[in-house]
Each structure stands twice: as structure tokens, then as C-alpha cells.
Write a protein that binds this ligand. Structure first.
Ligand code: OSB
Ligand code: MG
Length: 373
């Protein structure tokens, strides 16, 4: 693998509906896209999932832009690399943090390798599924009724799992209302994005009444010990998102009993090599994983779909179709979901499997910078 040239772009893409989690709200995405070319001129598109504000994690689109230009690109461009699996180590040496910045380039290298080999990215990663069950993540609403309305629409659309964002003051009554409306058979879960502390344990135990598939990341963004304490008091499985930053943290989760399910977002963990390691650690322990989302454009979504085709991604991923987020996506075909809530893994062409609409991206671009030859 010989990555030679990298172009960064920022595009602005308004969401159809504002998305609120316990730590912040997004109405328009500022999305960092990458074009990565190798020395033979073969090119791929990739996406960095960092948001505008440092509320989910410390990274933002602006820190990622800086990290890629100052530290990632110089390590990856212009040097032959044994293969995409070696990029993670190149970026780990004497270079701490910035997982989303690293992941964007590392995942682009995997796509480049897939293009070169003439195989779909999903298959290069070791994926076996042809279709992936899809869930939806519903943002915090002003009232329980507003959330019920969206949950009923999600059930009608065929989603296999409905995730409700919660925060103190918008939790038990919201979940109760949705469970009553959708009935006992819908897979429901809640995601708190670190909105609570262990002092809220008695309050959170009330959620056991609603038959949730899991509760995602209720406590501290870096915590494993207090989640273990909470898990001992809850019947509902905990799922960790923010706290699992690499395979070692997944092993620690298993050792401590901090959770029973892992949400893998390749951007959060530094890319595909790390995602595969977490997948394998969990699989060996019979712990299911699923693929989370970061309100990606259709480009980032292609990478998530490829990853979610691996065998231990046995729970529905946050892989909503393009039309759920955008008036128009930046890929063709746009991402869609069947009436029974499945997204098809594109296996009919090499690489990420969707065509990138460069004219549309040109129209949306607000800054661009090029590195390498
Ligand atoms: O915690 O999963 C999360 C979006 C932004 C930040 C954090 C999260 C999310 C989502 C979005 O839940 C899921 C999606 O892309 O549809
Ligand atoms: Mg989450």
C-alpha cells in the first residue's frame, strides 16, 4: 500500500431534524471528508466522524483537521506500508489520542486496499453477512408524546431496534410512554451518553421495568468501575460506547463486568484494525457487538455497513437510511432500508460500494486543503 496524496474537505449538511443527546444538539453537520490517492492514482473517499463540539468526545472537526495535517498525513503519505492492517501501528507510535482523525485515514487505507484488490470492503474486513438489521436512534424530544410519535413511525418503517436518547429529566416517563405505545415486542433501548452518575443508580434501576434490550453508557465517558457497580444492581444489560476506546478497554470491561454488550464505532476506536480486535475479544467472550452511528454522510455509512457485516455484529446497528437524515445524500445510490428493516451490504463492486457524488460535494464544500505529491 502506497498512500501518496490526501485532500481534506469540509462540507455542511443540514439535518432534516435537529438531533439532541444529553450533552448537546446538532442541527447542521460540519463533515470532514477525505480523498485518499495512492502512488498509482487509485483514489477513495473517506469520512472523519468528529462533530463540531467536543461533547461526545474531546475531538472536533477542527482538532481532527489539525491532527490529520500535522501528524497523520506525514506518517502515512509517501511511505510504502505493508498493508492496511499496519496503518494502525504506524499511527500509534509516539502519537497519542486523536482516534477519529487517525481512523479516517486508516479506514481510507482499508478502502484503498479493497479497491486495489478488486474486492468489496466488507469482504476484505472478513464480513460474512449480506444484509444487516437496522435500528434507529431517536434524539431527546420536548415531550414524551413527541417521542412516542417518532417511535411509532420507526416501528411502522420496519426498524429492528429503537434507541431512545435519555437524560436526567427526560428518562423514565419517556421510556414508559414509548413502551406503552409500541407494545412489548419491539426491541427498545436507551442511550444516556454519560448523562448520569453512580448516585443516580436508584433512579436508573426504575428502567428495569420496561424490558429494554440494553442501556447504553449511562455513566462517565471514561468509566468502567462505576458501570460495573451499576451493572450489579441492574437486570438490564449495560452497553458501553464512549468508554470502549480499544481492545484493552473491552478486555477490562469483561474483567470488571462493566457491561454485557459493546457499541463499536470505528471512528471512536481509531479505525478498523482496532474495531476488528474489539470484535474478536467480544466474540471470544460471547459478548455481542453492534455498529453505532455518528450521523455520518453516506460515505461514512458505507464504512460502518462494511464493518457491521462481520459475524459478531449480531444486534441491529444504527444504520438508518440516508433519507432519515438528509434532503439529499452525497452518494448514489443513497442508503435505503427494506420494509423489514434490513440494509443490503453492497457486494457488487470493489471498495466502499457506493458512488460518490463529487459535483454535489463540490457545491457543499466550504474549505479544502491538499497534502502530498
Ligand atoms: O451515542 O450513539 C451515540 C450521534 C452522535 C453522537 C453520539 C451518538 C449518536 C447517535 C446517532 O446515536 C446514531 C446515528 O448515526 O443514527
Ligand atoms: Mg451512544
Amino acid at each position: 500500500l502506497h498512500p501518496a496524496r490526501l485532500a481534506l474537505r469540509e462540507i455542511r449538511l443540514p439535518l432534516k431534524e435537529a438531533f439532541r443527546i444529553s450533552s448537546g444538539v446538532v442541527t447542521e453537520r460540519r463533515i470532514l471528508l477525505l480523498e485518499l490517492h495512492d502512488a498509482d492514482g487509485i483514489g477513495v473517499w473517506a469520512e472523519c466522524v468528529a462533530g463540531e463540539q467536543p461533547n461526545y468526545s474531546a475531538e472536533t472537526i477542527d482538532t481532527a483537521w489539525h491532527a490529520i495535517t500535522a501528524w497523520v498525513a506525514p506518517r502515512v503519505l509517501g511511505n510504502p506500508i505493508a498493508g492496511p492492517g499496519a496503518v494502525h501501528d504506524v499511527l500509534a507510535r509516539d502519537f497519542r489520542g486523536h482516534p477519529m482523525a487517525k481512523a479516517a485515514v486508516e479506514m481510507g487505507c482499508w478502502a484503498l486496499a479493497a479497491e486495489r484488490a478488486g474486492v468489496p470492503l466488507a469482504r476484505l474486513l472478513g464480513g460474512t453477512r449480506t444484509h444487516i438489521a437496522t435500528g434507529i436512534s431517536l434524539g431527546i424530544q420536548a415531550t414524551p408524546d413527541a417521542l412516542v410519535e417518532r417511535a411509532l413511525a420507526a416501528r411502522a418503517a420496519g426498524y429492528r431496534k429503537i434507541k431512545l436518547k435519555i437524560q436526567p429529566g427526560a428518562d423514565v416517563e419517556y421510556v414508559r410512554a414509548v413502551r406503552a405505545a409500541v407494545g412489548p415486542d419491539v426491541a427498545l433501548m436507551a442511550d444516556a451518553n454519560s448523562g448520569y452518575t453512580i448516585d443516580d443508580a436508584d433512579h436508573l434501576v426504575q428502567l428495569d421495568a420496561f424490558g429494554l434490550t440494553m442501556i447504553e453508557q449511562p455513566l462517565g465517558r471514561e468509566d468502567l468501575v462505576q458501570h460495573a457497580e451499576l451493572q450489579r444492581r441492574l437486570a438490564t444489560p449495560l452497553c458501553l460506547d464512549e468508554s470502549i476506546t480499544d481492545a484493552d478497554r473491552a478486555r477490562d470491561m469483561l474483567t470488571l463486568g462493566s457491561g454485557r454488550i459493546v457499541n463499536i464505532k470505528p471512528g471512536r476506536v481509531g479505525g478498523f484494525t482496532s474495531s476488528l480486535a474489539i470484535h474478536d475479544v467480544c466474540q471470544a467472550a460471547d459478548v455481542p457487538v453492534w455498529c453505532g452511528g455518528m450521523l455520518e454522510s453516506g460515505i461514512g455509512r458505507a464504512y460502518n455497513v462494511a464493518l457491521a457485516s462481520l459475524p459478531n455484529f449480531s444486534m441491529p446497528g444504527d444504520l438508518s437510511p440516508s433519507a432519515r437524515y438528509w434532503a439529499r445524500d452525497v452518494v448514489t445510490p443513497e442508503w435505503t432500508m427494506s420494509a423489514d428493516g434490513m440494509v443490503a451490504v453492497p457486494l457488487d463492486r470493489p471498495g466502499i460500494g457506493v458512488q460518490v457524488d463529487v459535483d454535489r460535494i463540490d457545491d457543499l464544500t466550504v474549505r479544502r486543503e491538499v497534502f502530498g505529491e
